[in-house]
Design a protein around this ligand. Sequence first.
Ligand code: PMP
Length: 315
Amino acid sequence: MIVAKLQKPKFVFMGGQLRSWEEAFIHVGCEAAIRGLNVFEGLKGYWQADGTFGLVQLRRHYDRLCRSARVLQIPFDQSYEEFTKAIDLLVGALIEPGRDMWVRATLFVTEGHWGEDTVADLILTAYHQDRHLPEPVELGVSTWRRSADVALPARVKTGTNYQVARLARIEGRAHGCQDMVLLNPWGRVAEATASCILIVRDRTVLTPPAAEGALESITVDIIEQLAHSLGIKFERRPIDRTELLVADEIGLCGTLHELPVAKSIERLPLSESSPVLCALQARYLDAVRGASPHAAVELTTLPSVKAAAKQQISP
Ligand code: PMP
């Protein structure tokens, strides 16, 4: 599991252009600061087997950003092409050979008050990630819960949703857990702090549907299709808390964390060999890295990254 040590990359995309990390500020008076008002996406780009650099499900991330902005009444009129161009500019400026990247695309509300005259700025930050297999995690069940759809909808990817996730991680650290499961208001499994939950029972992969309090995960959709290709049964249905304790395998699933398996749940050991989830993990990584493409994974090659890569290969 990637433990976030915040890097300070040289550039940030802000106000329609690249700025240095040191210059990337928002004002203390804006709703992004006083109410934590923002929506965001976490995207991942991988160096491909053929030497190009591909962003995974770019269109899906753009669409979800638009949906989150719509629910929170944040105007966002940038086209998909403009969004792609902005990412291309930042990633092209920061890319390093052999190092994958994750990009955080955030709409910060920089002007307006109580929903009047709302203006948001698309701010992009991008971080390097070295290649490694997702490490197995010790998992607990948090006393903190995902809120109900009528309180703070889990399908909206907004920073405020992560305040509970942060508390759950603090709680988890005190118990030696790298991540925690959040239950929904009815005591069933919702998701983890920054990824969805997969469990395996009798060789069937189960995951709670979004209506149980999970983000509408782009990675879960990929895993579902990969499972079908591998002849593994995949079902979305509510999951009781005790099903975590009797599961054959448990894993996390998300763009950034990929698919780490759990080695324990609430201190009860799980087999790290996790054959079903490890097969899906391997297939997923092969697909996103272009080693074995799959129709479920759409990779967008960024033009300026292509140019930067060429320059780095032949200086
Ligand atoms: N749930 C939460 C709370 C998350 O932060 C994430 C990561 N974006 C996910 C689930 C997984 O979503 P995705 O597969 O779209 O990255």
